[in-house]
Design a binder for this molecule. Structure first.
Ligand SMILES: C[S@@+](CC[C@H](N)C(=O)[O-])C[C@H]1O[C@@H](n2cnc3c(N)ncnc32)[C@H](O)[C@@H]1O
Length: 411
């Protein structure tokens, strides 16, 4: 007699997780489906109920800092699945994972088996202790676990065919490039102008060239490369805070912008519409590339409800700051069904109408030239590379690198 597995049995949850990730196109490769459908996720997430561990959208937080911010987690299955697809680990490859939850290293170990090697490193000894214990318990004693700052890589295990960074990185430290085999790949959640994208980068001599990217969110990097965004408040009433998230050394005139926000707004509309469920993260990447003075405006729901700003996104909405004027991207429904929305901008300050119009012009450029195109292309060159060696486009200067973002346009 055969019995059906219980609905909450790990094998049932695992099969449902893989089916969901295949159905929405996150998992495209049979080997990745097979591995994620076989490796027992519950063994790497003893802190969570199995149903939560197998929820494709849910990360299992394993450590928080004193302020309550998550600083370590086992990433959500969806993030792990698309990073595996981006990384494409092959049998026999030598792989470095930066940031150790145990789970992702186990998937990597399966995908490079039988003769590949996986090294996972974390800056936090509590996290590597946990990863070591869980990997051993699940039969992955052969995965090397190292406690060190990932910014330095692991020179004694280099060259790597693949480096997968599983923590939000504000830059690409030189060790990651130097320790990569020629033609090797880095998958890294890169923070650029306040946005994070998991970018696949392939080594070409001294620089890296992207082959794709995905929207993602990751805990911030600690150690030598720690470089968090700054939040400056433009409206400080407790519970109704409105602020600007500043990245890459951005400077703004806070007093002038506080006064601007308190002044009436100007509206400019683009005529460009989007569906309610349509992702517009590439529009935001375009605006971050195109707009000088790009930053992100963030607000609490109470600030939005009071009408101080139109959006309550905790990660912020695309905003351009020019002197004492700011303008941010917004939307309005095209009719009562609220199925489609028109993109526009709200401006505050002495040049509100002009700056909002400038933002709206770039929304139209995205619509006409990039909306259905291949998206952005990133090149990561060493700091000091002269401009004439960089592709045309926006250059973001980091400590170690110059990151050039270009938009090749429709094929
Ligand atoms: C999202 S977790 C890693 C998740 C893991 N890859 C998994 O199995 O899902 C990010 C980790 O990066 C670690 N981390 C932060 N800064 C680091 C650094 N400079 N070097 C190495 N690890 C770092 C944190 O301690 C945290 O454990």
């Amino acid at each position: 007699m055969t019995t059906e597995p219980a609905p909450n049995a790990p094998e049932t949850l695992r099969a449902a997780m893989v089916a969901a990730l295949r159905e929405d196109g996150t998992i495209r490769t049979a080997r990745i489906a097979e591995v994620m459908g076989r490796v027992p996720r519950e063994r790497f997430t003893p802190e969570a109920q199995p149903a939560d561990a197998y929820d494709p959208e849910r990360a299992v937080v394993t450590k928080r800092d004193k302020g309550g911010l998550a600083i370590s987690s086992v990433s959500a299955a969806r993030i792990q699945a698309f990073m595996l697809e981006q990384a494409g680990p092959r049998p026999g490859e030598n792989v470095l994972e930066i940031g150790s939850g145990g789970m992702f290293a186990a998937y990597l170990a399966e995908l490079v088996a039988p003769d590949g090697a996986v090294t996972t490193m974390d800056i936090d000894p509590e996290i590597t202790g946990r990863a070591r214990r869980l990997l051993n318990f699940a039969g992955y004693e052969h995965v090397r676990v190292i406690t060190a700052d990932g910014a330095f890589g692991v020179p004694e295990r280099a060259p790597f065919d693949l480096v997968v960074v599983t923590v939000g990185a504000p830059d690409v430290p030189p060790a990651w490039v130097e320790q990569l085999a020629p033609g090797g790949r880095i998958v890294v959640p890169l923070r650029l102008r306040g946005l994070m994208r998991s970018v696949v980068l392939v080594r070409e001599d001294d620089h890296l060239v992207s082959t794709g990217y995905e929207l993602c969110g990751f805990v911030p990097m600690q150690g030598l490369e720690e470089n968090r965004e700054r939040l400056v408040l433009l409206h400080e009433v407790p519970g109704e805070e409105v602020g600007l998230r500043l990245d890459d050394g951005d400077q703004v005139d806070v007093e002038a912008l506080r006064a601007a926000l308190a002044s009436p707004r100007q509206e400019v509309w683009s005529g460009v519409t989007v569906g309610g469920e349509e992702p517009i993260d590439d529009l935001d990447l375009w605006l971050a590339t195109a707009l000088v003075g790009h930053t992100r405006l963030t607000a609490t729901p109470a600030a939005r409800d009071k009408g101080i700003v139109a959006s309550a996104s905790p990660l912020g909405v695309a905003t351009v700051v020019v002197g004492g004027t700011l303008a941010y991207r917004t939307v309005r429904p095209t009719d009562e069904t609220r199925a489609r929305f028109e993109l526009g901008a709200y401006g505050h300050g002495p040049a509100a109408a002009a700056i909002a119009a400038h933002l709206v012009r770039e929304i139209r450029v995205w619509d006409q030239e990039h909306r259905s195109g291949p998206g952005a292309r990133f090149e990561v060159h060493p700091a000091g590379t002269p401009d004439d060696r960089l592709p045309a486009g926006r250059v973001v200067d980091k400590t170690h690198t110059r990151i050039a973002i270009s938009w090749p346009g429709k094929p």
